[in-house]
Design a protein around this ligand. Structure first.
Ligand SMILES: Nc1ncnc2c1ncn2[C@@H]1O[C@H](COP(=O)(O)OP(=O)(O)O)[C@@H](O)[C@H]1O
Ligand SMILES: [Mg+2]
Length: 373
């Protein structure tokens, strides 16, 4: 267990003669001891590069990395006391599961009794005790992935690095193994970096989540903070399914009311400060599909009100996803399935004041967020 600190970490694959944009630009993070940190973002945003720098497989172009208080920026991978589980987890085909799991410990010349103990304990935690004498080819994909996890666990490292370890598994197995990794983390308490491009996986697993885009950290926050207080339109649209709706609106003279074609809003107390001095300007109002409510034929008094025409209806069982054309813009609402909505019909929607998000229309930065700690 250890605290991991990344300070002003930069990676440019051009080395000292920096070429093109940085693959990772000024990454700063200090983990808590034993924390489970998820890096998430679209393909190419710099997740793997960051992991490889923590592992010591890539040099830093600038900045420093400390593990357990020790600057490891120039320490070889094998001396960093970390264990990695990557997407391609190649097991040794000619060795048994036991042999695969014991391999690194034999290299370290640990006593046989200690090796036995660690392998059996890890196998028990992963539910693969009965497979120890099998060869990898006689295992399912999910079992192989658990052996790969076991191989990392037995090393009892200070830090785990897991880069999309579940992406080769089918959906059901992914969910199961995800739960198993969380349980493992709770019982081992080892500081873990976990990479995924899947925001649902990030939200369910991370104690803190680092959202990245184009090499830049967008926001580092708990799952709840990311959902409730995204710092910009990228994070707001990336976290949550279906995605947040964004509607341009003109700020009224009272710096509270917001008006657009087919909708009006009134900023709640929490966000209103962000509209100070913006009368007459255009901002983006963000509202999540699950926060929109059906309001019959419309409530003329409602502070938040949208009127449009139903475009698409997708019944999902407990809820119904409805695409609505509001003044030529397509928005999504997730409504109670008990409400009957039909294609082509007019529809009126409303929402509570405190679920509105506000963004600068030019920069996409959130307006009216409490200052970050
Ligand atoms: N070895 C490399 N040489 C040059 N560019 C690289 C190398 N590895 C990754 N990149 C580039 O760095 C950026 C980040 O890549 P990567 O860290 O693999 O992203 P992710 O894991 O988030 O998909 C991408 O633009 C990618 O093309
Ligand atoms: Mg990657």
């Amino acid at each position: 267990m250890a605290i991991v600190e990344l300070k002003n970490v930069v990676k440019n694959y051009g080395g000292r003669k920096a070429q093109g944009p940085n693959a990772v630009d000024d990454f700063n993070l200090t983990t808590r001891d034993g924390e489970f940190v998820v890096l998430v973002g679209p393909s190419g945003c710099g997740k793997t590069t960051t992991m490889r720098m923590i592992a010591g497989l890539e040099d830093l172009s600038a900045g420093s990395i400390r593990i357990g208080g020790r600057d490891v920026s120039d320490v070889a991978p094998r001396d960093r006391d970390i264990a990695m589980v990557f997407q391609s987890y190649a097991l040794y085909p000619h060795m048994t599961v036991f042999g695969n799991m014991a391999f690194a410990l034999r290299l370290k010349k640990l006593p046989q009794a200690e090796i036995e103990k660690r392998v059996r304990e890890a196998a028990r935690m992963l539910d693969i005790e009965h497979l120890l004498e099998r060869k990898p080819r006689a295992l399912s994909g999910g079992q192989r992935q658990r052996v790969a996890l076991g191989r990392a666990i037995v090393r009892q490292p200070q830090v785990f690095l897991m880069d999309e370890p579940l992406s080769n598994l089918d959906a059901k197995l992914r969910v199961e193994t995800r739960a198993q990794i969380i349980k493992l983390h709770r019982s081992l308490g080892v500081t873990t970096f976990y990479v995924t491009h899947d925001q649902v996986e990030a939200m369910t697993m991370g104690q803190r989540i680092v959202v990245m885009l184009d090499g830049n950290v967008q926001q580092i926050a708990t799952p709840h903070e990311l959902y409730a207080q995204p710092v910009n339109t990228f994070v707001a649209g990336f976290i949550g399914t279906p995605s947040m709706n964004f509607l341009p609106a003109t700020v009224g003279d009272d710096a509270r009311s917001l008006q657009g074609e087919g909708y009006r809003f009134r900023a709640g107390d929490a966000r209103a400060a962000g509209l100070a001095g913006k009368a007459g300007a255009t901002v983006l109002v963000g509202v999540r599909p699950e926060h929109l409510k059906w309001c019959g034929s419309g409530d003329a008094q409602a502070a938040n009100h949208l009127a449009g025409k139903v475009d698409v209806v997708e019944p999902l069982g407990s809820t119904t996803m409805v695409q609505v054309d509001v003044g030529g813009q397509r928005i999504t609402a997730q409504l109670d399935s008990a409400i009957a909505v039909e294609m082509g019909q007019p529809i009126a929607l409303t929402c509570a004041a405190d679920v509105l998000h506000l963004f600068d229309a030019q920069t996409g930065q959130a307006l009216g967020l409490p200052a970050q700690a």
